[in-house]
Design a protein around this ligand. Structure first.
Ligand SMILES: [Zn+2]
Length: 466
């Protein structure tokens, strides 16, 4: 998500290149990586497709590769539609990007539905809205149990695949959902939530967001995570909930990577080297994700966001250029309603914004592939995957990509660039499965340690002061 946070809020922010204060290890790593890219850094041995393997010249067609893969998408905002529009997974797509038919056509194996609570309108009831969204996903899964399977483990994803069903999972987008309570975090885990994005576009008191890091009216942590924020990351590691660093500020990113015991994911993030959005990831960050986790970790994964405003600099610049006109039109709409003594409905404001956005030409699919390719080269082909942001970006997607039914086009484009069948399967879902499995293993280890827990100060759940 979403139209507000991912697109509308970011264009005004300057890039954050100078804001990052990476830990020394990462700075050192970065300089080594520049000097001797593929030799010293096994995990970031960003193999290009052409040097990767001769066996890639196998005769498998893109279609066959797509069919033989467990395809996993880690970010779709469809739950908003379930709740607000009474949308059913069997319904036609309408204005949206996701339904069961399109998932089946694209051979999608697993979808992580995003539990995103818009902080503005839900102030004071984050947990309530979180639970309503979780319930909506579970209701949908129950209603369509002939076609989907609600699962919470990597094994569950594989089981659903064998039974030719779509695996349905959940991730929370924005740490404000836990309302400063590890008890709530644990309960969300028990309801099936398997990743949490530490922040959305809003900082939450214990972790900072790239969406407001330059806004001095908003309180931020000193080091990227407060003491409580470190407890949250530890507790996620201990539970086996994937730590998602999409949306966070650069400093929060590096602080999290220093303390996490498990590899991290970026559920829906693109590359800043190709498109200068504050919430895209620098090459150093890409390498750091590849090296995240403990010493024996196989590293994390960056799931590429499809949003046009994150993959195309040209699109982004065009957005900035029309921004004043958009704001003027929105204000005019608000004024019109105000003169009638009413508030302008959010749906109408969104529709208006979308009308403007639709005037900007959609970027070609090749630009999305450029991001996948860039991350594969910088971080390694074991560290990249797909995080579409379907239903979260007002349809502002590359040309030809409108729903999961179009995912095979990505496989075809990757193979055209020389990616082997094996590499494609990793990108399509294998990498995410590997990380998910490792997160489970780390959790088992931490639970077995049985050491005094930093969470012992719970259950009082006092909001932590900075
Ligand atoms: Zn998002």
């Amino acid at each position: 998500m979403g139209p507000a946070g991912d697109s509308d809020r970011s264009p005004g922010n300057p890039p954050l290149y100078t804001d990052a204060k990476p830990m020394r290890t990462f700075a050192l790593f970065a300089s080594i990586a520049i000097a001797v890219p593929a030799v010293l850094c096994a995990q970031s041995s960003a193999k290009t497709a052409s040097e990767n393997s001769p066996k890639m010249t196998t005769k498998l067609t893109p279609e066959q590769v797509q069919r033989s893969a467990i395809v996993i998408d880690t970010h779709a905002d469809t739950p908003q539609r379930f709740v607000d529009e009474n949308f059913d997974l069997n319904d036609p797509l309408g204005d949206g990007n996701f339904n069961l038919e399109s998932a089946r056509k694209g051979n999608l194996g697993a979808e992580f539905f995003s539990i995103w609570v818009d902080p503005g309108p839900n102030k004071g009831q984050f947990a309530r809205r979180t639970l309503v969204l979780i319930d909506a996903v579970r209701q949908q899964a129950a209603r369509h149990s002939d076609k989907v399977m609600f699962v919470t483990t990597p094994g569950g994803i594989e089981l659903a695949h064998r039974e030719h069903k779509l695996a349905v999972l959940m991730g929370i987008e924005g740490g404000h959902s836990i309302e400063d309570s590890l008890a709530l975090l644990r309960q969300y885990y028990s309801l099936g939530v398997r990743y949490m994005t530490l922040t959305w576009a809003n900082s939450n008191g214990w972790a900072d967001s790239s969406g407001d890091i330059n806004d001095i009216s908003i309180p931020h942590t000193k080091e990227g995570l407060s003491e409580f924020g470190k407890d949250v990351v530890y507790e996620m590691n201990r539970l086996g909930m994937m730590v998602d660093i999409s949306h966070v500020s650069d400093r929060t990113f590096f602080r999290t990577l220093v303390i996490t015991r498990a590899p991290v994911i970026a559920s829906h993030s693109a590359a800043r080297a190709l498109c200068d959005a504050p919430r895209n990831m620098t090459d150093d960050m890409l390498r750091a994700v590849a090296n995240s986790g403990g010493p024996n970790s196989k590293g994390g994964v960056v799931q590429v966001n499809f949003y046009s405003g994150f993959i195309s600099q040209q699109y982004r610049d065009a957005q900035k250029a029309i921004q004043p006109a958009v704001e003027k039109a929105v204000q005019a709409l608000r004024d019109k309603y105000k003169s009638e003594g009413k508030d302008a409905p959010q749906a109408e404001i969104d529709k208006l914004r979308r009308q403007f956005a639709d005037r900007i030409p959609r970027p070609p699919l090749s630009m999305l592939i450029d991001h996948i390719d860039h991350i594969a080269k910088v971080a390694g082909v074991d560290h990249v995957g797909l995080g579409s942001d379907f239903d979260g970006v007002s349809g502002q997607l590359p040309r030809g990509i409108d729903s999961p039914a179009d995912l095979p086009k990505i496989t075809a484009a990757l193979m055209e660039r020389g990616y082997s069948a094996e590499d494609c399967r990793k990108i399509l879902g294998g990498n995410l499965l590997r990380v998910f499995r490792e997160v489970e293993q780390v959790a088992k280890g931490l639970q077995a340690e049985n050491r005094p827990r930093i969470t012992d100060k719970q259950p009082f759940d006092k909001p932590q002061k900075q």
